[in-house]
Each structure stands twice: as structure tokens, then as C-alpha cells.
Design a protein around this ligand. Structure first.
Ligand SMILES: [Zn+2]
Length: 90
């Protein structure tokens, strides 16, 4: 990890859907800043919830990469059972 991505606010465990949504907003900001890029995901990052507030899937994941050093970080949530994290690696 480099100076930039070592300052990421990682979340070891989401305790609520709200906490996950906060992290999604945070990640969107990281991507739009140009410091990180979206590598993959199973739905568009700005469509994790539809207009009715329903989650796109039972399990939603996104993988981002630090543009400076290439380190990857994954954000995964289980919207059905709860739990998930934003953490280093895949
Ligand atoms: Zn980095």
C-alpha cells in the first residue's frame, strides 16, 4: 500500500445498511476524485439501490484499485443476512 491508500477508511464489518450506504458514497467519492478506479462489481456503484430503496442483489460487491500503487480493495455486503466489509484485497 502507498501513502494514499493507507489512509482509506476501511470498515471491518458493516453493522447496518446505513453504514454500507455511507461506504458506497465514500467509494463513489474516491472514484470520482481519480485516485481510485472501479475494477469490477456486480452492479453499477450508483445503483446498489433502485428508486424504491430495494437493493440490487442479496450480495453486492465492488472492487476498486489504487491508481498510485495498484493495491486492490473490495467492498462486499450481504443485504439479505447482513454483514460485509470494505477491506484490503479481493
Ligand atoms: Zn496505493
Amino acid at each position: 500500500m502507498c501513502e494514499r491508500c493507507s489512509q482509506l477508511k476501511l470498515v471491518s464489518c458493516f453493522h447496518s445498511p446505513w453504514e454500507y450506504m455511507q461506504t458506497v458514497e465514500y467509494i463513489k467519492g474516491l472514484i470520482s476524485s481519480g485516485d481510485f478506479s472501479l475494477v469490477s462489481g456486480n452492479c453499477p456503484i450508483d445503483e446498489v439501490k433502485d428508486e424504491n430503496g430495494k437493493f440490487a442483489d442479496d450480495i453486492i460487491y465492488h472492487l476498486i484499485r489504487c491508481e498510485t500503487c495498484g493495491q486492490e480493495f473490495s467492498c462486499c455486503v450481504n443485504t439479505y443476512r447482513g454483514g460485509g466489509s470494505f477491506s484490503k484485497g479481493r
